[in-house]
Write a protein that binds this ligand. Structure first.
Ligand SMILES: Nc1ncnc2c1ncn2[C@@H]1O[C@H](COP(=O)(O)OP(=O)(O)OP(=O)(O)O)[C@@H](O)[C@H]1O
Ligand SMILES: [Mg+2]
Length: 358
């Protein structure tokens, strides 16, 4: 499956392993709470926790951020550190093989510093167990020798804040989950929020003629995701520069993104092919995911993780007890010859399946 889709919520990597996308996003990252757009409830609760911790002189409680990719979890970790006036050490679940991989980082942390672990659901169990005493008592047990001579030494570390980020909170073990004092879910962004993010990014990118209608057109195609919004903005900017004298209005955006196969709701060829398969080959469903995947010659897991969350979110797809179903809104979007499904059983799934609720 094409992983370099322009509407992918994950950073796009180039062939040499670099990521121009991630670099550009880095420059566009808000640095303070004041610059962080949207997620108001979360920000409100987090600001209170930050202020309270600061005034007591404590480290902030451990914080778990969960939600779909590209919504600003990593950004938020840095924003929290900036607000606390502390430093961030970053690592990720898959990068940690043994518990002792963390000894260096943990002992270097100053009071109140942040240890950011991305993709924390992919932490090996050995590392997880190593982290528990660090999270609870700011103590690490380092094994010396193995076998008969095995013993451990305890090292104290300074009170720190672990910020864990995950797209799959459902995969977190419950002992780990329960050790986070704060847990927040990031939601897809509303269009006005995406428009202000785009407005800010246009300024940072030095875009000269961003029309309100153009930014609104990009926001509508961004699937509620700032990372996608910023990427589409760069595509529109290139197109505008070469074909439209730098002007970014709705007509220019529409032409620019049509070239990329992105329609007015932010669906690309692959999304439409998936919906169309259900709506034509399977008469709208309900149909099992495996059957659709086999027909399309795609991997079922990838469809579930990559295509479905947004299609469920906008109500084009329904998950029922008996399988996937194209909704009438979805069928209308694809046009004549595509049928919506019919199913009497109540829907049993939403885009947030697999995430736990607060
Ligand atoms: N609230 C926001 N305001 C402005 N820009 C934002 C906001 N949230 C995210 N962004 C932009 O979106 C980009 C992606 O955000 P970030 O890398 O933090 O996402 P993420 O949730 O960590 O994604 P992943 O799960 O893929 O790691 C950032 O570089 C930033 O430019
Ligand atoms: Mg991230």
């Amino acid at each position: 499956m094409a992983i370099d889709r322009v509407i992918s919520p994950k950073p796009i990597e180039s062939a040499d392993g670099g990521s121009p996308d991630a670099d550009a996003n880095w420059a566009l990252r808000p640095r303070t709470i004041a610059e962080y757009v949207g997620q108001r409830e979360l920000i409100e609760r987090l600001s209170i926790a930050i202020e309270a911790a600061k005034s007591r002189g404590d480290a902030l409680e451990h914080l778990l951020l969960h939600g779909p990719p590209g919504l600003g979890k990593t950004t938020l970790a840095y924003v929290v550190a900036a607000e606390l006036g502390t430093k961030v050490y970053t690592t990720s679940g898959p990068a940690l093989a043994r518990g002792t991989d963390l000894v260096g980082a943990l002992t270097r942390l100053e009071h109140g510093d942040i240890l950011f672990i991305d993709e924390i659901h992919r932490l090996p169990i050995a590392v997880e167990e190593f982290i528990y005493p660090a999270m609870e008592d700011f103590r690490i047990d380092v094994p010396l020798d193995t076998g008969l001579n095995a013993r451990t030494v305890q090292i104290k570390c300074k009170p720190f804040t672990l910020i864990g980020a995950t797209t799959r909170a459902g995969l977190l073990s419950s002992p780990l989950r329960s050790r986070f004092g704060l847990a927040h879910h990031l939601r897809y962004y509303e269009r006005p929020d995406l428009e202000s993010i785009l407005h800010r990014s246009s300024g940072l990118l030095g875009i000269e003629r961003p029309e309100v209608s153009g930014l609104a057109a990009i926001a509508a195609r961004s699937r509620g995701t700032p990372r996608i919004a910023n990427r589409l903005l760069r595509r529109a900017r290139d197109y505008a520069q070469v074909r439209a004298d730098g002007l970014i209005d709705d007509a220019v955006v529409s032409r620019a993104l049509q070239l990329e196969g992105v329609d007015e709701l932010g669906l690309d060829d692959l999304d439409r092919a998936y919906l169309r398969t259900i709506g034509t080959v399977f008469g709208g469903g309900p149909v099992g995911l495996e059957a659709v995947a086999a027909t399309m010659n795609e991997d079922a897991g990838t469809i579930e993780d990559v295509l479905e969350p947004y299609l469920l979110q906008i109500g084009f797809l329904a998950r029922t007890r008996r399988g996937r179903m194209l909704t009438s809104a979805g069928a209308d979007h694809l046009g004549p010859g595509v049928h919506a499904g019919r199913d009497a059983s109540p829907s049993s799934g939403t885009a947030e399946d697999g995430l736990f609720r607060e």
